[in-house]
Structures are given as structure tokens and as C-alpha cells.
Design a protein around this ligand. Structure first.
Ligand code: ATP
Ligand code: MG
Length: 617
């Protein structure tokens, strides 16, 4: 391809909102242009790279035994009402009406579409397992699209969905997908960190995210210095630094020598820090109690304090076959050791809630009978009390007394209060101990490129999918889902492979393998350049020939910016000798090398193919 025949509008300047490298370089290299906030147009060069990533993903999905289909992007709102996500998805879901006033959704993900397809087609166990995927446009009305392609509103996702008769089969395909993901990212030249992830309200039995380390990453990862434990903070656990006492008897026993609980005046002392100063002690001897509001709670609360008074209803659906009944709104007290923080993702997951957030001050006052700052588990009966496991190990603690300016001393779990539920709710931090080996955990920021997830029967049940087993008995299949963002993957390749001058593509994702730069595109130089390009193309190598009437310096700068792996400079001087020569330079390296013109095509082709084979191998 000749440069003058394509459309690669390179730039020196970047727009002010391009704050990360990949965004800046893709813009400057003429790969993308912004149409509107979170909406980007791929120009020819960008699209070539995008297709490379797409093909790698497609090859690996096909090899994993998943079958490609192409559903529409605009789907009936009805399906989303059936799954319950019409209500729970919130404002990220772009809803549109057609001319008849019927609701439609612009797909942000496609569990509903694939589940409904399988529901219509599935009858017998013989059809399972079945794994289907698409590589298709998604739209999410992100509040704050940013970082270019990293978080757009419209983007492309590969999403696969699999259906199974049993756990082993689901697990097997989940592993196969995980292996495919590892290969995909390796082929793209990406260093990914697979981490354990939250399975959320879906209650699935497993979930793994594929992260790239990134300063702008919005995920916190906890990694072990001594073993390969890696988890998203949402899911991270740690080795206990206290003795839990899960049985009440044990807890009561531990409190045998604790002085009787005592209410004390703590005037104007509200925060844990203030209390530490006031009582001359440290945060880990406090029980911090927070009041949470949870939305769409699917956990059964009928036996919980106040649970019977809660309204319970099915998520509103058009067909009336919604998800399992949920409490639209419920409040909880969560108690945790004073030096720790509650992990809201763990809490939401425990409650099977769509969302949890700290209760408003007015709710805190109503529930605890005291202003904010004096909540505590002792005597709290208005809402279910959930304690983090750390609290079970506390037999002499300070805690709020449900009265303004009062706290308790010597509060002991099992003796002075009990809990409705005990769970691991702490936010694990750097310095905590690895749950696998006891080593020290450290933190990294990460960006999620892909996610694999065992969904269980979440959608197949709510959307009424079933099949008959060999005895003619009805069953609901298990499901898994597996997503990768293509745009984000492409941007991440640039984040990992660049220098001050521009992009340094891995061969597998490069828009072209070779750029030929004639010093001046005329006479024998033109002739030699054209011939070389033709030879290379004949050998299956993708070539960009910079035939523009620009100064050599401009062309060199653009070649660096575009990041094409091999640069071949063709100039009068090197051609003129007895043996015509050209100059080779590998992007990312500083040295250049002269090679005979007539050997260059074969040499480069061999090297490109070898490198492709290595990355793809
Ligand atoms: P995030 O936490 O970053 O919003 P997510 O957990 O919502 O992502 P999934 O629903 O798991 O994402 O989607 C699968 C993949 O789609 C993600 O791993 C990511 O690569 C990609 N993706 C999600 N949202 C966006 C977006 N706004 N722009 C570009 N890619 C995205
Ligand atoms: Mg995710």
C-alpha cells in the first residue's frame, strides 16, 4: 500500500483530553478520531490493527470450540425485562423506542440474547455443551468515558456464552476459555495478570479477570510476594491476624475474664481517631459499626430481625416471570474491627444485592436512635447485624452505645451481642498476609481486559431455559460467560509497547510488517522501492510504502510514530554502489544495517514469519 493512496493523517499535536499514551499515540498516528464523547472512528491504519486483534481472538475462540454467531446490537427491551436487568442495569443501559413505542436496548452485553436463542433451540441434553460467541458492538452509557478507547461508550466486545448439563462440563469449558485468553493476550504481546474476581450477586462459583498493570487502572489488585496468589481487591482474602471464634460458646468463654460492659461518656468524640486519642488506645480495639442500605436484596431475610416487615417483590417484568423475588430495599448494620474497612463488593455479594451504599444520616438516626458516630452492635435490634469475622475475635472492645456522646467499654462478642450473620467483609490491603502461603501481599493498579465467569443458572432459570435428560426429565442448564474488550486490548498493547518517538508494535498487531521509506521517491530509488514492495507482498508481507513528497526527516518521524516493526530506507547513495544496498532498522532498536537490495525481501520475510510464529506459537 502506498502512503499517498491511503489515509493516515499523522499529527504533531494532541487534543487536551488525550491524557494517556495510547490515546495520544493513536490520535497522532492517525489511527482514530473522536466523533463525540466516548465515540471514536477508526481510520484505516487503526482498523488494520483492530482487525489483527479481532482475528487473534476469533482464531482462539474457534480453537476453544466456541461457535461464532452474529446477533443484532439493538434488541427488544422485553428480553431485558425478563432477566430483570431492565431495572437493575441503571443508566448505563441505552434504551430506545421504535416508532410504535416498543422498548429496545442497545446491547451493553448479551446474556439475554444468547439465553433466549438457546431457550428457543434447546430441547435435549444431546445438544449440550454448547458454546457460542460474537464479536460485536456494545454500547454502555458510561458516566465518564475517558482515556480514549480504554473506556468508551461504544466499543467492541468478544462475548461468549456456554451452556452445560453439569458442573464438570461448565468447569471444563471455563478452563478452556481461560487458556484461550492466556493465548490471546500472549499473541497480542500483552503481559496480563489473571486474578480471582468477585462473582457478585450472580453467585457463580468462579470468576477470573485478566488485568494489565496500569497507572490509570481502576482496579486494585493484591498480589503475593511469595506465591502466585492474585486477586481483585473486591475478592481478595487474607490470612487471619486474630483468632476467630465462630462458636458463641467459644466466644463467651473467651470473655470470661473481661470486665462487665460499661457505658461511658465520650462528649464530642465521634470518629475512631478522636476516640483513640480520648481513650488512649488504638483503632484495632474498636468495633466500628456502619449502617448500609442495600437495593434488590435476594438473600432470604425472613429470619432476620425486622425481616418479616420488609416488602418483598419480584423485579417488575413485562411477562411476569422475573428473577427470584427480591427485597427492593433493606438496611443492615455492619460491624468490623476499627482499623479495617468494609469491602462493599463482598457485602453486596453476601446479600445478593444489586447495590449497597452507606445509609443517609436520617436513616442512621432512625435505625440507631442516635446521631451518626454512635452506632454499635450491642442492643441493636432494628436491623440485622452482620459482623466481619474479625469481630468474633474481639472480647474486650470499645463500641458505640446507640446514644449521643456515649460508648461502651469491654464489649465482648457472644456475651454482650450476637450477630445475624458472620462473614469475611474486610478490604484486604498491602501488607496483609497471603491466604495461600502467608507471604506479604502488595498492591498494583490494573485495567481489566477480559473476564470469564461461571454464571450458574442465573439467566437460564430467570429466562426459563430447560432441556430433557436421557430419562425425559426436565433440567435447567448451567451457563458461563466470557468477555474481552477489543478496543481496550488494542489500546493496552500500545500502553505496553511504545517509546518517546511513538508506537513499537509487536509483529502480530502491527498495521504493516514493513515500511519502505524512499529518501526521495523518484528515479532508481522509486524503481527499487516499488520492486522491493512487490517482492515482499508476494512473500505475504504487509508493506506500507512512504511515497509522499516529504522531507526524509518527516518520513522517519512518522515511521517511528506509526511503529511498524521493520523500516527499510532506500536512498540514491546506497543503491549506487556495485552491489545496490538498502538500510534496515528494527523499530525500537537504534542500530541500522545495510543489506543487499536483492536479498532484502527474503531476509525480512523470513524474520517476520519467524517472529509471528514465535508470538503465535
Ligand atoms: P469495567 O469494570 O472496566 O467497567 P466491566 O467489568 O463492566 O468493565 P465486563 O462487563 O466484564 O466489563 O465487559 C467485558 C470487557 O469489555 C471488559 O473486560 C473490557 O475489556 C470491556 N469493556 C467494558 N466496558 C468498556 C468500555 N466502556 N470501553 C471499552 N471497553 C470496555
Ligand atoms: Mg468485569
Amino acid at each position: 500500500m502506498n502512503f499517498s493512496q491511503t489515509f493516515i493523517p499523522t499529527l504533531r499535536e494532541v487534543p487536551g483530553d488525550a491524557v494517556i499514551t495510547s490515546h495520544r499515540l493513536m490520535f497522532r498516528a492517525g489511527m482514530i478520531r473522536k466523533l463525540s464523547n466516548g465515540l471514536f472512528t477508526y481510520l484505516p491504519l487503526g482498523l488494520r490493527c483492530f482487525r489483527k486483534v479481532e482475528n487473534i481472538i476469533r482464531e482462539e475462540m474457534n480453537a476453544a470450540g466456541s461457535l461464532e454467531i452474529k446477533p443484532t446490537v439493538v434488541v427488544p427491551g422485553e428480553l431485558w425485562k425478563e432477566s430483570g436487568r431492565w431495572d437493575s442495569m441503571g443508566d448505563a443501559l441505552l434504551r430506545v423506542k421504535n416508532r410504535l413505542g416498543a422498548d429496545f436496548v442497545v446491547s451493553p452485553t448479551a446474556e439475554e440474547v444468547f439465553t433466549s436463542l438457546v431457550r428457543d433451540e434447546l430441547s435435549s441434553y444431546r445438544q449440550l455443551p454448547l458454546s457460542l460467541y460474537q464479536i460485536n458492538t456494545k454500547y454502555r452509557d458510561e458516566i465518564r468515558p475517558r482515556y480514549g478507547l480504554m473506556r468508551g461508550r461504544e466499543f467492541v466486545m468478544k462475548d461468549a456464552y456456554s451452556f452445560h448439563t453439569n458442573e464438570e462440563s461448565l468447569d471444563e469449558h471455563y478452563q478452556v476459555q481461560g487458556q484461550a485468553y492466556r493465548r490471546i493476550f500472549k499473541r497480542c504481546g500483552l503481559t496480563v495478570i489473571p486474578v480471582r474476581a468477585d462473582s457478585g450477586a450472580m453467585g457463580g462459583s468462579g470468576s477470573e479477570e485478566f488485568m494489565v498493570e496500569s497507572e490509570i487502572g481502576d482496579n486494585t489488585l493484591l498480589l503475593c510476594k511469595s506465591c502466585d496468589y492474585a486477586a481483585n481487591v473486591e475478592k481478595a482474602e487474607c490470612k487471619l491476624d486474630y483468632s476467630p471464634r465462630f462458636s458463641l460458646e467459644l466466644a463467651k468463654g473467651a470473655a470470661a475474664n473481661t470486665p462487665a460492659i460499661e457505658k461511658i461518656d465520650t462528649p464530642e468524640v465521634k470518629t475512631i481517631d478522636e476516640l483513640c486519642v480520648f481513650l488512649k488506645t488504638s483503632a484495632n480495639s474498636f468495633i466500628k459499626t456502619l449502617i448500609y442500605k442495600a437495593v434488590n436484596v435476594e438473600l432470604d431475610l425472613s429470619a432476620a430481625p425486622g425481616g418479616n416487615n420488609l416488602e418483598k417483590r419480584r423485579a417488575s417484568t413485562a411477562s411476569g416471570t422475573g428473577t427470584s423475588p427480591a427485597y427492593p430495599e433493606a438496611f443492615f448494620a455492619v460491624a468490623i474491627r476499627g482499623d479495617l474497612d468494609v469491602n462493599e463488593v463482598k457485602l453486596a455479594s453476601l446479600l445478593k444485592a444489586a447495590e449497597v451504599s452507606l445509609a443517609a444520616d436520617t436513616d442512621v438516626i432512625r435505625i440507631t436512635g442516635a446521631p451518626v458516630g454512635f452506632a454499635g452492635p450491642v442492643g441493636l435490634t432494628t436491623v440485622p447485624v452482620i459482623i466481619d469475622q474479625t469481630v468474633t475475635g474481639m472480647n474486650d472492645a470499645v463500641t458505640g452505645a446507640l446514644e449521643k456522646d456515649k460508648h461502651y467499654l469491654h464489649a465482648a462478642y457472644g456475651r454482650d451481642f450476637e450477630a445475624w450473620l458472620t462473614a469475611d467483609l474486610r478490604t484486604v490491603k498491602a501488607g496483609d498476609r497471603c491466604p495461600a502461603c502467608g507471604g506479604e501481599l502488595y498492591e498494583k493498579k490494573g485495567n481489566e481486559l477480559g473476564h470469564i465467569f461461571k454464571l450458574g443458572r442465573k439467566y437460564t432459570q430467570s429466562m426459563g431455559v430447560s432441556y430433557l435428560d436421557e430419562n425425559g426429565k426436565n433440567h435447567i442448564p448451567l451457563m458461563g460467560c466470557y468477555g474481552i474488550g477489543l478496543d481496550r486490548t488494542l489500546a493496552s498493547i500500545i500502553e505496553e509497547h511504545h517509546d518517546e518517538a511513538g508506537i513499537v508494535w509487536p509483529m502480530t498487531a502491527a498495521p504493516y510488517h514493513v515500511i519502505i521509506v524512499p529518501i526521495k521517491y523518484q528515479g532508481p530509488v522509486q524503481e527499487a522501492s516499488d520492486k522491493l514492495a512487490a517482492e515482499l507482498e508476494k512473500l505475504g508481507i504487509e508493506v506500507l510504502l512512504d511515497d509522499r513528497d516529504e522531507r526524509a526527516g518527516v518520513k522517519f518521524n512518522d515511521a517511528d510514530l506509526l511503529g511498524i516493526p521493520w523500516r527499510i530506507v532506500v536512498g540514491d547513495k546506497n543503491l549506487a554502489g556495485e552491489k545496490p544496498m538498502v538500510e534496515l532498522k528494527r523499530r525500537g532498536q537504534t542500530d541500522t544495517k545495510l543489506t543487499p537490495l536483492n536479498e532484502t525481501a527474503a531476509e525480512i520475510a523470513e524474520s517476520v514469519k519467524k517472529e509471528l510464529a514465535e508470538l503465535n506459537g
